[in-house]
Design a protein around this ligand. Structure first.
Ligand code: P6P
Length: 356
């Protein structure tokens, strides 16, 4: 697949269920004039890394991969053996691809800057939700790809990575759940591929995912209720239809059905995937412990925001569009509210009272 030149109309064949991921990205390349095949090859390298990680995730209890390495990463989190393995696989495969000028990982203090004029930036969380590994709960890999602006005229630098998420070329996540599902967007819709482990191939299983305009489920860690702002607390009371809870001033033809159901796994990829497919809202707001939010902008919030917008959903800080944030640091954090248009808008009504 290649970056499509938005000024040239591209004819993309409608995705067909059963198509392999490889065929899907190739079709994108053929539909994009002037494609070099580099982007296609990069995505295929990412798919290879994911299939290697998946093999180890599926046997984590048998391959002495449970537990911790004894190290702590820049986030101040204990590094699980599987975190380190997934990180190493992605770094090695991307390095061998020769396409990455800059690589940023949740597990690396600093971005890796290539000596070449390679034209892509890849940012990833190699294994998100790893505190759930030992309890066999869904975990995932999240990544974003950007194209360096003038790859042949400049040497790679961190600035290539510190760009707003609206400039993302491709983003995806993999949920290692009952099946291994890879959700990918290259700017032409969001599509889910399911791994057939018997042949190690991803097959298109949910083309053109659309996040329902409104859902019936909210996903937030309510254990932190006392840490939230009064406005977020008011939203939390409303979604549960607590007595006397204020309703959002959202002008909506259809009244909201409250109380919502509550679902929270504590693994972003699992909570986000459910929200993308079923609708509703996921929120990790700022709180007194995480005054700038907990989730990382470049390799968690931005890829998720790109995918949700491609599927017709919204992704904000509770106030501002995630994809418009101009990053200032590789590991900066952000509040994240994503999901169905109406549900995210209702949240926003509580937080900033902005008119619809
Ligand atoms: P909490 C996992 O550690 C993670 O980074 C995300 O995957 C998840 O959404 C969030 O943190 C859970 O955080 O504070 O609710 O445990």
């Amino acid at each position: 697949m290649a970056e499509s030149n938005s000024s040239i109309p591209v004819r993309r064949p409608a995705p067909v269920v059963g198509t392999t991921l490889r065929e899907h990205v190739l079709a994108g390349m053929h539909a994009a004039p002037g494609a070099t095949g580099d982007f296609t090859s990069l995505l295929n390298h990412i798919s290879l890394a994911i299939r290697i990680i998946n093999t180890r995730v599926r046997a984590v209890g048998l391959a002495d991969m449970l537990g911790y390495t004894g190290e702590t990463n820049i986030q101040g989190e204990e590094v699980q053996k599987l975190d380190a393995f997934a990180n190493e696989v992605l770094l090695n495969v991307l390095d061998r691809s020769g396409f990455c000028g800059v690589v940023g990982s949740e597990e690396l203090d600093e971005a890796q800057i290539a000596e070449t004029h390679a034209k892509y930036v890849v940012l990833f969380d190699p294994l998100d939700g790893s505190s759930n590994i030992d309890t066999n709960v869904g975990i995932g890999t999240i990544f974003a790809v950007l194209r360096r602006t003038e790859p042949k005229l400049s040497r790679p630098s961190l600035d290539d990575a510190l760009r707003p998420g609206r400039q993302i070329l491709a983003a995806g996540y993999v949920l290692y759940g009952p099946s291994t599902v890879f959700v990918l967007s290259t700017g032409h819709g969001a599509h889910a591929f399911t791994l057939d482990p018997s042949i190690g191939e991803f097959f298109l299983s949910q083309p053109d995912i659309r996040c329902p305009r409104r859902g019936t489920c909210f996903s937030v860690n309510e254990g932190y209720f006392s840490r939230w702002s009064p406005e977020v607390q008011a939203w939390a009371r409303w979604v549960k239809a607590e007595k006397g809870a204020a309703a959002p001033p959202i002008a909506s033809a259809e009244p909201f059905k409250v109380p919502y159901s509550s679902r929270y796994v504590g693994s972003l990829v699992a909570d986000a995937h459910r929200t993308l497919i079923k609708g509703g809202i996921f929120a990790y707001p700022a709180d007194t412990q995480h005054t700038g939010g907990k989730l990382r902008l470049l390799y968690e919030a931005n890829p998720m925001a790109f995918l949700f917008e491609q599927a017709g959903g919204l992704a904000t800080t509770g106030k501002d569009r995630i994809l418009d944030i101009v990053p200032t640091a590789l590991h900066q954090r952000t509040p994240l509210v994503l999901g169905s248009k109406d549900d995210v808008t209702a949240f926003q009504q509580f937080v900033d009272g902005s008119p619809t």
